[in-house]
Design a protein around this ligand. Structure first.
Ligand code: ATP
Ligand code: MG
Length: 401
C-alpha cells in the first residue's frame, strides 16, 4: 500500500534512516491517511533515542524526554518524534510505572490502544500492520490491541477513547472491547480531569456526537458526569439531547451547553470547573445554558433588548442553541436587520460616554452610570436616538431635573 506523506515527514524519516535508525509515521496519522481524512498531526516513531534525535535536527523541543518524545521543528511545523517504547506495569490505571525504550517497532505498536491506531508506515517498508488494523478499518470497528480488559485496566482513559473514536469515525465497537468497556467504566475515576476533558470534547465535536448516549449506557457518565443523573434527566431527555447535538456546528461551547443545559447554569459551571475547563469556556457555556430557554422576542426592540443582555458576540450562538428546539427564523431575520443597520446594542457603542456627562457638569460617580444606562434603554427602544446631540440634550434635561 502506498500512502502520501507530507514532504517534511518524509524528510524527518529519511534523516533518521540515513543515520542508521528506523523511522515510521505512526498511529492516528496512518489511520487517517488510509481513511482519506486529513490528519490532525503527524507522529513519528523511531529506534533512535531522544538524545540521538536531538543531534540530528537543528531545532527541537524536549517535549517528554522521559517518555522518549522530542518535537522536531521544521519551518512553521512541528512533529513529535518518539522512541520505540515498551510501557512498564500500570499500577494506577493511568500511567505506566516506568517506560523502557526498545529497538523493535513491534513492541511499540503493541502498547498502543486500538488496532486502527497501531499501524506504522514509511515509503521503504510500506504499511506495518501487525494487529489487524487494516481489517478493522474495513470492518469499521474499534478494537483493542490484545486483551481489552487488560488494556483498559492499564489505562482507563482508553475506555472513553474507544467511544470517542467510534464517534469520530462512525465506527462500531468490537464485542469484547464493548463488554470490557462497560465492565471497567468505573476505573475512569482514576484518570485525571484534564485527560477526560480532551476526550469528551473530541467526542462532542465529532461527526457523530449522538454517541454521547453510549457514554451514558456504558456507565461512563456515572463517573465523569455524575451530576447528570435522574434528578435532572427525565425519560427521553438524553435521547433528545443526543439528537440536538448534531443540529449545531461542531463547536465546543455550543455542544457542551446543549449537553449540560438540564443542570442549569450553576451546576454546569461547577461540572466544567471540575473537568478543568478554562475560564472563558466555563463562562461562555454558563451564559449559553442561562439563555437556553429564555424568550428572545420577535420585534426589533425586543431582540435588541435580549441581545444587549446576552451580549452581541454570544447572541448568534444563543440563536443556534434555541434553533435546536424551535423555529428561530423570525428572530434571526430581525437580528440580521439589526446588524445590517448597525444598531446600538451595547453601552460601548453609544454615542455618548461618561466623560461627556462629566463635561456637562455631573459629579463623577454612580449617577453617571445610572444616567448612561437610562439613555441606553432609550436607544434600545429607538435606535435613531443614538446621536450625540440628541443624547446630550436628553442628558442636560435629566441633569436639570
Ligand atoms: P487524533 O486524531 O485525535 O489526534 P490520534 O489517534 O492521533 O487521534 P492521539 O491521542 O493523538 O490520538 O494519540 C496518538 C497515538 O498514540 C494513538 O493513535 C495511539 O497509537 C497512541 N495512544 C494515545 N493515547 C493512548 C493511550 N491512552 N493508550 C495507548 N495508546 C495511546
Ligand atoms: Mg493525534
Amino acid at each position: 500500500m502506498r500512502l502520501k506523506l507530507p514532504p517534511k515527514v518524509v524528510r524527518i524519516i529519511q534523516v533518521l534512516q540515513a543515520h542508521g535508525y528506523e523511522a515510521f509515521a505512526v498511529g492516528g496519522c496512518v489511520r487517517d491517511m488510509i481513511l482519506g481524512r486529513e490528519p490532525d498531526d503527524w507522529d513519528i516513531t523511531t529506534s533512535a533515542r531522544p538524545r540521538q534525535v536531538k543531534e540530528l535536527f537543528a531545532r527541537t523541543v524536549d517535549t517528554g524526554l522521559a517518555h522518549g518524545t522530542v518535537t522536531v521543528l521544521l519551518g512553521e511545523d512541528s512533529y513529535e518524534v518518539t522512541t520505540y517504547r515498551i510501557d512498564g506495569r500500570y499500577e494506577d490505571h493511568r500511567h505506566p510505572a516506568q517506560v523502557e525504550f526498545s529497538a523493535r517497532l513491534a513492541e511499540d505498536l503493541r502498547r498502543r490502544d486500538f488496532t486502527i491506531n497501531a499501524m506504522a508506515y514509511n515509503r521503504e517498508q510500506g504499511l506495518v500492520d501487525l494487529f489487524g488494523g487494516m481489517g478493522d478499518l474495513q470492518k469499521k470497528r474499534v478494537c483493542c490491541v490484545g486483551d481489552a480488559r487488560e488494556r483498559f485496566r492499564e489505562d482507563a482513559l482508553r475506555i472513553l477513547r474507544a467511544v470517542r473514536f467510534s464517534a469520530q469515525l462512525g465506527f462500531s465497537i468490537e464485542a469484547h472491547t464493548q463488554e470490557a468497556l462497560g465492565e471497567l467504566a468505573g476505573d475512569l475515576a482514576y484518570v485525571s480531569a484534564e485527560r477526560i476533558q480532551v476526550e469528551l470534547v473530541k467526542l462532542l465535536v465529532s461527526a457523530h456526537p449522538g454517541s454521547i448516549l453510549q457514554v451514558f449506557e456504558a456507565g461512563i457518565a456515572g463517573v465523569i458526569l455524575p451530576e447528570m443523573d435522574e434528578s435532572v434527566l427525565g425519560p427521553g431527555d438524553l435521547e433528545d439531547i443526543a439528537a440536538s447535538l448534531g443540529r449545531v456546528p461542531p463547536e465546543k461551547t455550543l455542544r457542551l451547553a446543549l449537553l449540560l443545559h438540564p443542570l442549569g447554569e450553576q451546576k454546569s459551571g461547577k461540572l466544567l470547573r471540575r473537568l478543568r475547563f478554562d475560564n472563558h469556556t466555563v463562562d461562555t457555556v454558563r451564559r449559553l445554558v442561562r439563555w437556553y430557554g429564555h424568550p428572545l422576542g420577535g420585534t426589533p426592540a425586543e431582540v435588541r433588548r435580549a441581545a444587549a443582555c446576552v451580549g452581541g458576540e454570544l447572541f448568534p450562538k444563543v440563536l443556534q442553541i434555541q434553533g435546536t428546539y424551535r423555529d428561530v427564523s423570525q428572530t434571526r431575520a430581525v437580528w440580521e436587520g439589526i446588524l445590517e443597520r448597525k444598531e446600538c446594542i451595547s453601552l460601548k457603542t453609544m454615542r455618548i460616554t461618561g466623560d461627556d456627562l462629566i463635561r456637562l457638569g455631573m459629579e463623577p460617580g454612580r449617577a453617571v452610570g445610572d444616567l448612561l444606562r437610562e439613555l441606553f434603554q432609550d436607544v434600545l427602544e429607538e435606535p435613531g436616538h443614538n446621536k450625540k446631540e440628541y443624547l446630550l440634550e436628553c442628558a442636560k434635561r435629566r441633569a436639570a431635573q
